[in-house]
Design a protein around this ligand. Structure first.
Ligand code: ATP
Ligand code: MG
Ligand code: MG
Ligand code: MG
Length: 468
């Protein structure tokens, strides 16, 4: 089954169960200052969950574009994590609840996708006897295949609002994918047991004083990773080898001629590049732009990382922009809007890439000097000052420096970096106060914000970790 067919099969299945199919919302959240990116199928539907708006139907199903930056360290290193991925979901707003949600999920994976039952495992919240009973008595799973995990509880980052236990479906890809640890099992964080589907039962409202009150209207919110399921159905080793990503890797191979499986580092390079250009293409197509803060900085960061991984494959010319049409062709069946904005995306990516290429080599050179110096002094840590210099002078985002450092067995003093950054902000602020000059563009933005009543952006670090 191709990725496109799988997406369609999911939506058709839930349509046949009375769901209204809505198109994916933009990756850029609307009216939601708590979120940098849409990071789950439920995110754009939040107003229906908390009662601020009435859904067009009580059963909805979507294939939603998502970006998660909390997984960036994993990207390219695990078989299953992306910054950009698609989440397939079915949602109930005060309509059906646990029983139907579980039964339909099982029906979809075992009958429509024909996954062999013996490969499937589930997890539940330790206190969710109701879920246990449905899995055990109605679906007929043996008790040993239903694991209890404290982690199976979902709540919004703020700790108040709708929340509840969840149940997950995992697929055993076989011992050859395991990490080899003696206790490797369903709950292990390796690539063997793939978490494919998470079913959340939002049945409580957490109050400010920490009480969980039953909600009058119980909701269902599920999320299934399209690329992960595609990897299973297509019998490949990772998400990256599915038809939802592989064409990009093939294109990069055309440019470099280096075997994808040459070694771990080469494979990671191919994967990071393919992942990041998918994210960039979708994000820019949805109206985000590279910049120095917030959402724009996420794009800048991942683009620069991709450029650097290109160096690992020996690519020294701008190349990411040439991958944009590959992403568009691969994905336009599900997302026709990509085609219309293709040229715009190509131009933005090329411009941004060219700018960074100019300072990258110098920065890389300085960084290796820094590491040599530190090593001589008996340390394997890049200082905050050094990381900040790379950031400030050569445009190295912190995680790019960390990425390279890690390969050489170095760490980076993150607190020191933040302190150096703060110090510079202070200096700039003081200079502004003393001399009264400011950033002309920032002044214009400020005026627009005030006119439109848009609150000031509060800095992206506070939002950065909220996606788990
Ligand atoms: P994991 O534990 O693997 O990081 P998660 O528990 O954080 O996943 P959920 O928030 O439950 O993920 O999201 C629902 C589904 O979306 C997951 O079961 C998985 O199939 C998919 N998914 C989540 N994060 C990613 C990602 N970074 N890349 C690809 N698919 C993902
Ligand atoms: Mg998980
Ligand atoms: Mg999960
Ligand atoms: Mg995760």
């Amino acid at each position: 089954m191709t990725g496109n067919e799988l997406r369609k099969a999911f939506l058709d299945f839930f349509e046949s169960k009375g769901h209204l199919i809505l198109p994916s919302a933009s990756l850029v959240p609307k009216d939601d200052p708590t979120l940098l990116w849409i990071n789950a199928g439920m995110a754009p539907l939040k107003p229906y969950f908390d009662g601020r708006a009435v859904p067009p139907k009580r059963r909805i199903s979507t294939a939603q574009k998502c970006i998660r930056t909390n997984d960036i360290e994993n990207v390219g290193r695990t078989a299953r994590h992306h910054t950009f991925f698609e989440m397939l979901g079915n949602f109930s707003f005060g309509d059906y609840f646990k029983e139907d949600a579980i039964k339909w999920a099982w029906e979809f994976v075992t009958e429509v996708l024909e996954m062999p039952e013996e490969r499937l495992w589930v997890t539940i919240h330790p206190e969710d006897e109701e879920a246990f009973k449905i899995w055990h008595e109605q679906v007929g799973l043996s008790a040993e295949k239903i694991l209890r995990d404290e982690e199976n509880f979902w709540e919004i980052g703020t700790g108040t609002g709708p929340c509840g236990p969840c149940t997950e479906i995992h697929y055993d890809r076989g011992p050859e994918f395991g990490c080899g640890k003696p206790d490797c099992g369903v709950l292990c964080d390796c690539d063997r047991y793939l978490e494919v589907w998470n079913l959340v039962f939002t049945q409580y409202n957490q109050t400010e004083d920490g009480k969980y009150l039953p909600l009058p209207q119980k909701n269902i919110d599920t999320g299934m990773g399209l690329e992960r399921v595609a990897s299973i159905l297509q019998g490949v080793n990772s998400n990256y080898e599915t038809d939802l990503v592989k064409p990009v890797i093939d294109k990069v191979y055309e440019m470099t001629g280096i075997d994808y499986n040459k070694d771990e580092q080469v494979r990671t390079a191919y994967r990071v590049i393919a992942d990041h250009i998918r994210a960039i293409t979708f994000a820019v197509s949805d109206g985000a732009m590279p910049s120095n803060e917030g959402r724009g900085y996420v794009i800048r960061r991942i683009l620069r990382r991709a450029v650097r991984w290109g160096r690992i494959l020996g690519i020294t010319e701008p190349f990411l922009y040439k991958l944009v049409p590959v992403v568009v062709n691969m994905m336009e069946e599900g997302y026709p809007e990509l085609k219309e904005r293709e040229e715009h995306v190509v131009r933005i990516v090329q411009t941004e890439e060219e700018r960074f290429q100019e300072t990258l080599d110098q920065g890389l050179h300085i960084l290796s000097q820094m590491m040599a110096e530190q090593k001589k002094a008996g340390s394997n840590e890049i200082t905050g000052e050094q990381a900040f210099k790379l950031y400030d002078t050569y445009g190295f985002p912190l995680d790019l420096t960390q990425d390279i450092a890690q390969e050489e067995g170095f760490t980076v003093d993150v607190d020191g970096f933040k302190a150096a950054m703060e110090e510079q902000r202070e200096r700039a602020r003081a200079a502004r106060e003393e001399y009264g000059f400011g950033d002309a563009a920032a002044e214009v933005y400020k005026k627009i914000r005030e006119e439109k009543g848009i609150p000031e952006f509060s800095g992206y670090s506070s939002l950065e970790e909220e996606t788990e």
